[in-house]
Design a binder for this molecule. Structure first.
Ligand code: ZN
Length: 585
């Protein structure tokens, strides 16, 4: 083929595939964005260089931008930190469902994207409860089911509350920038219906260095408050300003913008907010504060009518008061302690913070307070330490917190049992690479622990004692325990045993700043060095890109089947709540 014709053919092929050359114009929302009719979003066009104001043109379905959206975009000749021009139009809406062709030009290059604006049916659910097991993979679920229900002759003696639901689907978790997601852009997909990039919440990540100026998309919290005057609750056992809970309210390109995120929670009008992370609510002059300014957000929340609680006892007495309609519970300066340390080992920070409530109690009290509101509620619940224990390859702690998530789901199912008006969704935001390979049997005689790993018929069944009345096995260091191994890791010593002296620290910084196996576990009898398969800059394991499981029950759950993209979770929620019904706009 003649080279010019070949080049042309390649260009057309690239256009057909939606591939854009490096010097193209960028349009936000992105190509193939799905936008809820009537929801707010910012439109941004980034030109590759400095262009003349008269040359920068955008049309929507052939009509000039100001005609199509009712307002004129702001032209920025040179964006801060970028020697290039942009057009920005904030807080626009498209009310009419359908496909929209957006075409931008700088006088030389033309770029076009297509958006789908969708409506919803009328409201079918009064309430929605979204549970997120952060980082929860299939192996966490299976291990939780084995430990909580027990299994003999291949049959479980019971099951998980999150399994016993009418509908199930697999969710894809990839983001705008990568096949691997973090908790920010994945939770943001659930709460906005838009894909985003690693570390970004409620925005499309633009090119400017300012993390708070990126083009925004509306959060579920804003939508349900604006369109339906509903109550909103956010419950986690991590810091409340951490990525997953923050996705309910935040707009930032950088999830670590903790101080601004606390302000966004305050401004959002969220009715119930519970978890750790108190350090970013306190003015910097206060002991233990991690704020960079002197704003006292505890005082600001109190002034806005919130009951403030910091212990389990205070939580229960505030909830018992029927006048409590707004509740801020901050039970830890940082992340709360997980089940194994809090309930069994009394380790971690439990001696300093002995009155941390359980996630199950937080969910029960959130449901009680949110039920006092007249127009229904949306509650997001995160069991966040499943992820935080899976990063350092501490699967036992992660599985105990998976059981805790399941007990919280059971409490929610009990709450909705007598009423068919609440959609419950249970999912993860991404997975970790861990697998159940069999059992580790101490009865096998060998100095090497790897010889005790039983696979296939030699795995048999583990001998954990039956779960207590809260669903937890009272002992994990049994003689035939689950053999669960991670697939991505730094150099570390595999001990084949639960870490009862504190959460696992697989690797530590070595003399040349790269991570090396933590010597602390070297002399554990039978420990083997696993040479890492991650860059030496990685201190611990990482997220993986497999699908996550979504189960659901209640009005609207019928759409949960087959394979869905993570943005569909938002669509299922807004559809159940009728937020894009013609009457709702
Ligand atoms: Zn993580």
């Amino acid at each position: 083929m003649h080279s010019t014709i070949l080049a042309l053919a390649l260009t057309f092929a690239a256009l057909a595939l939606g591939v854009t050359p490096a010097d193209a114009i960028t349009i936000y929302p992105i190509d193939r964005a799905q936008i809820l009719a009537g929801s707010r979003f910012d439109l941004k066009i980034e030109f590759d260089g400095v262009v003349g104001a008269a040359d920068a043109k955008v049309t929507i379905d052939g009509a000039d931008l100001s005609t199509a959206l009712g307002r004129t975009a702001t032209f920025v000749e040179r964006e801060n930190g970028v020697a290039a021009s942009a057009l920005i139009l904030r807080d626009v809406t498209l009310a009419k469902p359908g496909r929209y062709a957006v075409v931008a030009s700088d006088g030389k290059i033309v770029r076009s994207v297509s958006w789908e604006v969708y409506a919803t049916g009328s409201r079918r659910a009064r309430n929605v409860i979204l549970f997120i097991g952060d980082g929860m993979a299939a192996a966490h679920r299976t291990a939780a089911r084995i430990l909580t229900a027990g299994i003999t002759e291949g049959k479980y003696h019971g099951g998980l509350a999150m399994d016993a639901m009418t509908n199930m689907a697999l969710l894809g978790t990839a983001g705008v920038d990568s096949i691997i997601t973090d908790s920010a852009n994945s939770a943001s997909a659930y709460t906005t219906g838009h894909k985003s990039s690693v570390n970004a919440l409620g925005v499309y990540a633009d090119r400017t260095p300012d993390t708070l100026d990126d083009p925004r998309v509306e959060t579920l919290t804003s939508l349900v408050k604006r369109a339906a005057n509903m109550a909103v609750g956010v419950v986690t056992n991590t810091e409340v300003e951490d990525a997953t809970p923050a996705a309910m309210v935040a707009h930032t390109r950088r999830r670590s913008d903790y101080d601004p995120i606390v302000g966004m929670f305050h401004d959002s009008g969220v009715d119930v907010l519970m978890g750790g992370g108190a350090a970013h609510f306190l003015p910097k002059s206060a002991p233990g504060s991690r704020r960079k300014d002197d704003v006292d957000y505890v005082a600001k929340f109190r002034a806005a009518g919130y009951s403030i609680v910091t212990t389990d006892r205070e939580l229960k007495s505030a909830t018992a008061d029927p006048a409590t309609r707004k509740l801020l519970g901050l039970f830890h300066p940082s992340n709360m302690d997980g089940v194994l340390d809090r309930k069994f080992l009394k380790q971690g920070t439990v001696t300093s913070f002995p009155e941390q409530p359980d996630l199950v109690d937080m969910v029960k009290t959130a449901l009680a307070v949110l039920s006092r509101h007249d127009n229904g509620f949306v509650l997001m619940v995160e069991s966040g330490l499943i992820d935080k224990y899976s990063h350092p390859l501490d699967w036992e702690r992660a599985v105990m917190d998976t059981i805790m998530l399941d007990r919280a789901v059971a409490a929610a199912k009990e709450f909705v049992a007598t009423r068919n008006d609440t959609l419950i969704l249970v999912t993860a935001d991404h997975t970790h690479g861990l697998s159940l390979a069999g059992t580790v049997d101490d009865a096998v005689k060998s100095p090497e622990m790897r010889d005790k790993v039983g696979v296939y018929e030699k795995a048999g069944f583990p001998n954990y004692p039956p779960a207590n009345d809260e669903g937890y096995p009272p002992r994990l260091d049994v003689s035939r325990r689950l053999a669960i191994f991670f697939s991505v890791f730094p150099d570390y010593y595999e001990t084949f045993r639960p870490k009862l002296d504190g959460p696992f620290v697989p690797a530590v910084v070595g003399p040349d700043k790269s991570y090396i196996a933590n010597d602390k576990y070297k002399d554990t009898p039978g420990a083997v060095l696993r040479v890492g398969n991650l860059p030496r800059s990685a201190p611990q394991g990482v997220h993986s890109g497999e699908d996550v499981v979504l189960t659901a029950t209640g009005p609207g759950a019928d759409r949960v089947r087959g394979f869905l993209d993570n943005t569909e979770v938002f669509r299922i929620i807004v559809d159940a709540l009728g937020l894009g019904a013609p009457a709702a706009q």
